[in-house]
Write a protein that binds this ligand. Structure first.
Ligand code: AMP
Ligand code: TRP
Length: 333
């Protein structure tokens, strides 16, 4: 059976190593598989669930698209488009919201984490964010969704919404029930300053993350300053249990070299972190610098980026406008 892949990334700032290892690297590998159609979306409607400066948002949409291309996504093999250019996403989101229980949304941990204690002042958009994400996925009869581990719960909700709709209208196969694809071993890349927090665009200090557009000097400086502990590298993963920063750096190395954690531990056993950090910087620079060089080249080529997005829009719209028309017919409009 043909695989249909869909995933999205928010244009809310520089993409980082967590985005690359948790998501984008996977996007590229699907694109090169046989019998697989891939659609990747810059989810700008999701971005406005938090306050955005208009000119920065515009810039970030291009920057995220450039990062997709620089990371190896090919706009002729895959469809690359921006969410706000296709009305079907918003339309479908409204419709699916009518089949989504508040109880389901109340369980979403990302919402709870984002609003903290200030729930009364959070926007409705932030609350129904997962319904829009479900619409993105279901409009394209997606079979597989490559995402980082933090999105797993949203995928489960998407499956619940799809199943509920199919049941309610007795249309067993109208919405395809999608499967999440989550890289198991190194699914969550953590902050360089706190091994218990995930690496994120929103953490205040830039020293907490490696951005895909960092220069070589920035990368080695950030790795030098990354938090570790004074113990040497152990031979067994069990001994990393209460050492989240150490474990994170070793995970990043393993993921970038495509080798198991055990192999990395064998390689560096007994060495201290200052020595390991030199090797880590080298491998990050080797993998990330070609991407940052390419982003730099594409960054000012607005007409190329805009053309990629408008071609993508045309292709994606053909698929999603048909789906939303069928959806409306089933509902009775
Ligand atoms: P976002 O930047 O939140 O739109 O995330 C884009 C993709 O990157 C999603 O699939 C996330 O799950 C993934 N992602 C974001 N941060 C990390 C992280 N620290 N580790 C692994 N994956 C991540
Ligand atoms: N919510 C996702 C994130 O923050 C982004 C996203 C929006 C997405 N729509 C999607 C991911 C559809 C996969 C499929 O990372």
């Amino acid at each position: 059976m043909e695989k249909k892949i869909f995933s999205g990334v928010q244009p809310t700032g520089n993409l980082h190593l967590g985005n690359y290892l948790g998501a984008i690297q996977n996007f590229v590998s699907f694109q090169n598989q046989e019998n697989t159609k891939c659609i990747y979306c810059v989810v700008d409607l999701h971005a406005v669930t938090i306050k955005q400066d208009p000119s920065e948002l515009k810039n970030n949409i291009r920057e995220t698209t450039a990062t997709f291309i620089a990371s190896g996504l090919n706009h002729e093999k895959s469809i690359l488009f921006k969410q706000s250019s296709i009305a079907a996403h918003s339309e479908c989101s409204w419709l699916l919201g009518c089949y989504t229980k508040m109880g389901w949304l109340n369980r979403m941990t990302q919402f709870k984490e984002k609003v903290g204690k200030d729930k009364e002042r959070a926007s409705i958009g932030l609350y129904i964010y997962p319904v829009l994400m479900a619409s993105d996925i279901l409009l394209y009869d997606t079979t597989h969704v490559p995402v980082g581990e933090d999105q797993k719960q949203h995928l489960e909700l998407t499956r619940d919404i799809a199943q509920k709709f199919n049941q309610e209208y007795n249309k067993k196969n109208f919405f395809t029930i999608p499967e999440p694809i989550i890289q198991n071993e190194f699914a969550r890349i953590m902050s360089l300053k706190d091994g218990k927090k995930k690496m994120s665009k929103s953490e205040l200090t830039d020293l907490s993350r490696i951005n895909l557009n960092d220069t070589r000097d920035q990368i080695s400086n950030k790795i030098k300053k990354a938090k570790t502990d004074s113990l040497p590298i152990p031979s067994d993963r069990k001994n990393l249990k209460n050492r989240p920063e150490a474990e994170n750096l070793l995970s990043i190395f393993s993921s970038l070299t495509n080798q198991s954690m055990q192999k990395t531990l064998n390689q560096f056993e007994g060495k201290n972190f200052s020595e390991f950090k030199t090797s880590l910087s080298e491998i990050i620079i080797e993998k990330i610098s070609p991407i940052s060089d390419e982003i730099e080249k594409l960054r000012n080529d607005h007409s190329f980026i805009d053309k990629v997005l408008s071609d993508g829009k045309e292709k994606a719209e053909k698929i999603s406008s048909k789906k939303v028309a069928k959806l409306k017919e089933i509902i009775g409009f």
